[in-house]
Design a protein. Sequence first.
Length: 167
Amino acid sequence: MLQFQVGDKAVYPAQGVGEIIGIDSKEIAGKIHRFYVLKFISGEAQQQDRRVLVPVERADEVGLRPVLSRDELEEVFDILRETDIHFDKQTWNRRYRGFMEKIRTGSLFEVAEVYRELSRLKAQKTLSYGEKRMLETARNLVVKEISASRAQSEVKIREELDKLFAN
């Protein structure tokens, strides 16, 4: 079982990178339970801080994980650089469901595939409104985790990724 400490960065599936700001105990049905208090890192000043309580004993089960290491980030960039992509001739809503499943896994490798595929598809045709939103969601998740892992600004990471997909 993973153990996080206050101040650690952690990734919550489909929500992104947050910081463990506390470990609280609460009594529920006569039993004491411990929770990680996760505050999501927001790059937008107008957005209020979001917090979630994750039961310590179920953190693995819900998919809470540390941010990727630099070696793992190289694998993510290998996924993003892949240009030989096969696009199924399925409808946008079926593609959308498949991409949502990948995003919900919490795996940056899966999210990077969604980001890459939608970016490449966007270069070939106009994306549906849902696909555009999903592309932005995937992009934000990738940017935030790379930024947290490298301790670099999100702006710098966005610029790097924009160059990668400028082809």
